[in-house]
Design a protein around this ligand. Structure first.
Ligand SMILES: [Zn+2]
Length: 569
């Protein structure tokens, strides 16, 4: 399998280098600086494109990178926000995310569709003849829509056929300057079997590193005593010229005593595999401290195909004695490299087994389940990356809950697939059954978030994707609606639009319906800012008269709020 992908990637790359060197133009005509790189480590996914800085503002013109046609348009309150997909005749698709505005004809096309479907959120394939584009043709303005954390253009290249994202910097986007090597901050040495130890500890050890004469080494340059199967992980970032933003590395190679143990490379991946990032990084460390350490070894049920080579899955066993030279080399897309070197020494010591009050062994690659008279859990085959000593406890809940609190392992172990849990309700009145849901409770703060779910015969069942503490609550509180453009329910305070802030306390916003004189009116929804906006539209609504306005916002448990006003426009 691996060889096949390698060859496919090489053919693809050759195709570009030979025939397509100047195939692509830059998508913005300002000096190109990146705030994010391809394959960069993000929450639950590898970054699938490059983030191009737009001088801190929205409204920078965006241009087609090559001849082709618009093949898909999507509008969403989260994710990529306003996004355009373009197919090109070399078999790639370019993707432009978080846009502010489409060109007027594209805008009208989508708006008609939104009114037809009575939905702000749309995602449509577009036939080739409708919006052909020429290289360097302007078609949109950059923005901050969807889940964007600040104005930028998310630019992506995909293999049209496989839909796999590929690294634009490897495939013709040569205008991004990068002579700055990656930086390494720390390395982890991790015991990987029961009798393993690192520095005579059965837990992992983090060593901070320093740069000396162009190479990284562990501070104070110790020889680390180790025994049994051990693995390494590094904390590192790449940086681009002229930009302080943290970016991701492109490749990583582990050698021990001059023998290559693993080669990781991320110039392509599939969206279906992106969540394996939670096995590739030390997820437990990340969920506790926010630090991302990238492993040079592969866990048994991690199917990410970006390890191009591994010897022994990248796991090293030093034996009983001898000093071993470990070298980890990281490179960015342009080949700038950072090298970390340190020594480990095989030293045996008998270790007491760590205490663990698990109640069941869940094996990765298998279906696992557990049932009690007030709780059940089922993990599908692909839920775990390695075997898990599953911990579970029931605790009495505080006031306001309608079940016990179920401690379902803990948040430091990642889940690849959703697992189904059912929790038995306690003292839940029949009248509140449809308002009930599962919540995930933060054990430190007691704060909770909705995990959704469905009521049936005294149980709530939900699919969850993180372990942690769960219990049943009810949401009977409707969303809040705060008018930002209408005073006293009669006077407009803005000329061309009406805006509202809408919030829900628990279940989350479900549906939004704005009616002007009884007719459905489009409200753009910006979920991260809890903001909805209607732009007055003389083509669809007769203006210069008095209007009856009604806004209904419903949460995911059927609680709804209505706001009504009468205004002249
Ligand atoms: Zn991005």
């Amino acid at each position: 399998m691996k060889k096949f992908f390698l060859i496919q990637a090489m053919v693809f790359a050759l195709f570009f280098v030979n025939a397509q060197e100047m195939y692509y133009a830059d998508p913005v005509k300002i000096p190109i600086l990146l705030s994010g790189s391809f394959g960069e480590l993000r929450n639950n996914h590898f970054h699938s494109g490059i983030d191009i800085k737009t001088q801190g503002k929205v409204g920078i013109p965006v241009f087609a990178v090559a001849d082709g046609y618009i093949s898909r348009i999507s509008v969403s309150p989260s994710g990529y926000g306003n996004v355009i997909y373009m197919n090109h005749d070399n078999g790639t698709t370019s993707v432009y995310g978080h846009l502010d505005q489409f060109r007027p004809d594209i805008h009208n096309y989508i708006k008609n569709l939104q009114y037809e479907q009575k939905s702000f959120q749309v995602d449509v394939p577009v036939l080739p003849g409708i919006f052909p584009v020429a290289k360097n043709e302007k078609f949109a303005l950059s923005g901050n829509s969807g889940s964007s954390q600040g104005p930028h253009l998310h630019f992506e290249l995909r293999n049209t056929k496989t839909e796999e994202p590929v690294n634009p910097l490897k495939l013709g986007f040569y205008f991004v300057k990068d002579n700055t090597p990656p930086q390494i901050f720390a390395v982890q040495v991790m015991p990987l079997s029961e009798d393993s130890h690192v520095n005579f500890s059965s837990g992992k050890v983090i060593y901070e590193v320093e740069l000396v004469d162009g190479k990284y080494r562990i501070k104070n340059n110790p020889v680390i005593p180790v025994y049994g199967k051990i693995g390494f992980a590094v904390e590192a970032n790449d940086f681009m010229d002229g930009s302080a933003n943290k970016c991701g590395i492109s490749s990583m190679e582990l050698t021990v005593n001059g023998v290559v143990y693993s080669v990781f490379e991320i110039n392509r991946f599939s969206f279906a595999e992106s969540r394996y990032i939670n096995s590739y990084i030390d997820y437990g460390e990340f969920s506790n401290s926010g630090r991302r350490f990238q492993k040079t070894f592969v866990e048994p049920c991690n199917k990410l195909r970006n390890f191009d080579f591994t010897e022994n899955n990248g796991i090293f066993d030093p034996g009983f004695e001898g000093v071993h030279q470990v070298k980890i080399e990281l490179k960015d897309t342009k080949g700038n490299s950072a090298v970390l070197e340190f020594s480990v020494e095989g030293k045996y010591r008998e270790m007491l087994p760590a205490e663990n009050d698990f109640i069941s062994v869940f094996e990765c690659g298998q279906v696992n389940q557990l049932k009690t008279d007030e709780f059940s859990i089922e993990l599908p085959e692909d839920a775990l990356y390695k075997n898990l000593l599953f911990q579970y406890q029931v605790k009495e809940a505080a006031k306001g809950y309608f079940s016990a609190v179920h401690q379902i392992h803990n948040k430091t172990v990642p889940l690849h697939k959703s697992v189904t849990v059912s929790i038995k309700t306690k003292d839940l009145p029949e009248s509140l059954a449809e308002k009930a849901l599962l919540v995930n409770i933060n054990p430190e703060t007691g704060k909770f978030n909705s995990a959704g779910g469905k009521y049936e015969n005294g149980w709530i069942t939900a699919d969850i994707r993180t372990f942690g503490n769960y219990a049943v609550r009810v949401d009977t509180v409707p969303p809040t609606i705060l008018p930002l453009s209408i005073a006293n329910k009669t006077t407009l305070t803005e000329t061309d639009k009406i805006r509202f802030e809408i919030k829900d306390d628990l279940a989350g916003i479900g549906t939004i319906e704005g009616l002007i004189d009884g007719k459905w009116a489009l409200f753009e929804y910006d979920a991260k800012n809890n903001l909805i906006t209607h732009h007055f539209d003389a083509e669809r609504f007769e203006l210069n008269k008095q209007h009856n306005f009604k806004l209904t916002v419903t949460d995911n448990r059927g609680n709804c709020s209505v706001y009504e006003a009468t205004f002249n426009k």
